[in-house]
Design a protein around this ligand. Structure first.
Ligand code: HEC
Length: 175
């Protein structure tokens, strides 16, 4: 009985830690994106995203001692492609959204075993907002599209509409 309670407590605190790391990564990325968009426009912001997003992602993970990244069923950067667990959760988020579940509720945490190692994993859906469409929408301006193709020859992250699931934050905490 007490063990069950402890396990619940652990899950709650792991979920909490994951959400803190996600907030930190989310706001660092947003800050960099919006300040560059405002000052220099989408083309410069694209270059900043290209260089800074992976650096910010790595530094937030190192600070927190937690692995936090972004992933998507339609990634731009192929190193953000989902593994099989992430793919399954992203597919279930899509299904829940189609069934009318509010996007803010789309999160999932579980203790998993990878290569014999116990790992807590957590994912939270990322909504597509109006401000994302310049670079992820259905009609990306030709000069921007050209730049995206040059930086990401395997880009699949266009054609999104406001309110679509753009992807998810994904966290791993070694236990
Ligand atoms: C200025 C162009 C630009 C805008 C605006 C933009 N993105 Fe991106 N996005 C990128 C680039 C470039 C990458 C690849 C960065 C990397 O290497 O992680 C990316 C990657 C991502 C990823 C990681 C998965 C993947 O596809 O590689 C997510 C999730 C994402 N963007 C969500 C958003 C959301 C949500 C918004 C709006 C709030 C947004 N983006 C606005 C350019 C942009």
């Amino acid at each position: 009985m007490s063990q069950t309670v402890n396990a619940d407590d652990d899950l709650q605190s792991l979920t909490q830690q994951s959400k803190v790391a996600i907030k930190q990564l989310g706001s660092a990325l947003k800050h960099t994106l919006t300040s560059t968009m405002k000052a220099k426009g989408p083309s410069a912001a694209l270059e900043v995203c290209n260089i800074e997003a992976p650096i910010i992602t790595t530094s937030v993970s190192t600070d927190q001692d937690i692995d936090v990244r972004r992933t998507s069923l339609k990634p731009r950067n192929s190193s953000n492609a989902p593994d099989s667990w992430e793919r399954q959760i992203l597919a279930s988020f899509e299904q829940q959204k189609n069934e009318g579940v509010d996007m803010s509720m789309l999160e999932h945490g579980a203790i998993t075993v990878i290569d014999g190692e116990k790992i807590f994993r957590f994912m939270k859906a990322i909504p597509t907002q109006a401000g994302c469409l310049a670079c992820h929408g259905g009609t990306v301006k030709p000069d921007l599209k050209e730049k995206i193709s040059a930086l990401y020859p395997n880009d699949t992250a266009t054609g999104f509409k406001e309110g679509d699931i753009r992807g998810a934050f994904t966290v791993k905490i070694k236990l």
